[in-house]
Design a protein around this ligand. Structure first.
Ligand SMILES: N[C@@H](CCC(=O)N[C@@H](CS)C(=O)NCC(=O)O)C(=O)O
Length: 209
């Protein structure tokens, strides 16, 4: 199986962490986002949205990080069931968090990462204070949700990491660079610490020395 990715993409890191947790080998293809390769016809034929990750497994071409994570678990048999247990009642809370991350926390972190980190890297000027304040408002709203849930449990859905934890934690790889306002969220911080200790996080960390 091939995964089209970029080492600094938090969305691509989600299936990378899951493949690592499952012990599944992926053939990695780096898409040079900094050179605009994701907008070339060759790549758009795989994902018309022009974004990584994309998984190719035989005749299946699958963009979208959450769909790829679910697919990897479903073809991995028993190992996959640890991260994505069978049945509608087991899937529901995990899917809830994956959709939540994509719609709420992910965009809030992406907004702060753009303003506080990427703009400088791409020579696009200084952070816009209004945009920073707006994304910080969203971030603190959603961080409170996570902190509240994690006050009562070690992981989001079960007593060990599931796809929910991998999906929600991935964009926090930019915690420092994006200047995420993390003060006061002790349960969220402790959970992130546990995620950082997983082999899957360590083996896919592009910032490790
Ligand atoms: N909903 C998509 C989002 C993918 C996405 O936004 N990928 C970013 C990297 S994290 C990308 O490839 N951006 C390139 C661009 O927008 O030009 C997913 O979950 O896979």
């Amino acid at each position: 199986m091939k995964l089209y990715h970029h080492p600094l993409s938090s969305n691509a890191r989600k299936p990378l962490m899951v493949a690592s947790a499952l012990g599944v080998e992926l053939e990695l293809h780096n898409v040079a986002l900094e050179k605009g390769e994701q907008k070339r016809a060759e790549f758009l034929a795989l994902n018309p949205s022009g974004a990584v990750p994309v998984l190719v497994d035989g005749d299946l071409v699958l963009p979208e990080s959450n769909a790829i994570m679910v697919y990897l678990c479903e073809i991995a048999g028993e190992k996959g069931e640890v991260l994505y247990p069978r049945g509608a009642k087991a899937h529901a809370p995990i899917l809830r968090w994956l959709f939540w991350a994509s719609n709420h926390m992910g965009p809030a972190i992406a907004g702060l990462n753009f303003e506080n980190n990427l703009k400088k890297l791409f020579g696009q000027g200084e952070a816009d204070a209004g945009q920073v304040a707006r994304h910080e408002r969203f971030f603190t709203q959603f961080a409170s949700v996570l902190d509240g849930v994690l006050a009562g449990s070690k992981y989001l859905v079960a007593d060990a990491p599931t796809l929910a934890d991998y999906g929600v934690s991935a964009p926090f790889m930019y915690e420092k660079a994006a200047k995420l306002p993390m003060d006061g969220y002790e349960h969220l911080r402790a959970w992130l610490g546990r995620m950082h200790e997983t082999d899957a996080w360590k083996k896919t960390d592009p910032f490790k020395g």
